[in-house]
Design a protein around this ligand. Sequence first.
Ligand SMILES: NC(=O)c1ccc[n+]([C@@H]2O[C@H](COP(=O)([O-])OP(=O)(O)OC[C@H]3O[C@@H](n4cnc5c(N)ncnc54)[C@H](OP(=O)(O)O)[C@@H]3O)[C@@H](O)[C@H]2O)c1
Length: 332
Amino acid sequence: MQTRSLGTTGPQVSALGLGCMGMSALYGEADRAESIATVHAALEAGVTLLDTGDFYAMGHNELLIGEALRTAPAARREQALVSVKFGALRDPDGGWSGYDGRPAAVKNFAAYSLQRLGVDHIDVYRLARLDPDVPIEETVGAIAELVEKGYVRHIGLSEVGARTIRRAAATAPIADLQIEYSLISRGIEDEILPATRELGIGITAYGVLSRGLISGHFTQDRQLAPNDFRAHSPRFQGENLRHNLNLVEALRKIAEGKGVTVAQIAIAWVLSRGEDIVPLVGARRRDRLAEALGALDVTLDEADLAAIEEAVPPGAAAGERYAAAQLAQVER
Ligand SMILES: NC(=O)c1ccc[n+]([C@@H]2O[C@H](COP(=O)([O-])OP(=O)(O)OC[C@H]3O[C@@H](n4cnc5c(N)ncnc54)[C@H](OP(=O)(O)O)[C@@H]3O)[C@@H](O)[C@H]2O)c1
């Protein structure tokens, strides 16, 4: 397995991480046994980075990862690094009610996560979205205290802008920023990526397949459950979807020319953007995982990269990456 470093202060991790969110939430029904088998297959293939959030189905995802780790061979379990997001507030109906980055809340969230995961430390711990009422220095400072006590190894950030990144980095060493980055979500390139590079902070890129939209498997007529994120995501609606799937067809021509799949092109493109970037892939099944891992063997030369840029130029997607209310919660 190829490896990359999560920034200058973070750990060495597999060049692809496994994002486990869809195994519990947001993408419709998932199969628990297949989810655990997928985590095991990833660990077996040498994937060492598993990403979760304590709010993915209110602890369900952490319990699932905990079970997968407990039932994995000891050698694989010991290599696994778990990255956890916290801070999102939920209600019993599954609703979302803001973010809590207060120091006491940080410690409370961490205590529950350690218990659910069944581990004695969390490898990378990060606030999911900025809490507008709490200065980032206070939240990062509280995680730094958890680092001192050995409950957390590294501090991460999620979906924050360059100013917050700089303030956080001035408070404590930051391993990585988790943020959406893909062929059709290139918003980080202007300000955020230059800032993380200057500060030696790595990127764990999520949504590299744009939540399946540019995987080559998504179709116009796919039925989505009402609680599926994509049922409300602007890029998956009507005309926008039609436009975006045309981009996928343009990518498919390039993929076929290279004897690989569309998903592999999309993941390989993110991998090609820099050694400081670790794509998270949201595979929920072993076949999808195997396809994603195949991207590690895809080499994109200058001509391939130019053809990909021509097929999907920056800003080519129709629709924002989040609906307005969620977009308001990410710093840009
Ligand atoms: N920090 C944040 O704000 C944030 C936000 C979102 C996610 N994340 C993290 O990033 C991870 C990845 O995000 P994501 O799940 O949205 O990303 P993604 O990899 O862009 O999308 C995953 C979806 O793509 C589809 N897919 C089709 N072919 C695939 C293949 N070969 N490999 C993998 N997936 C394939 C799957 O849908 P089907 O199974 O339906 O085919 C899967 O549910 C999450 O699991 C989570 O840990 C972080």
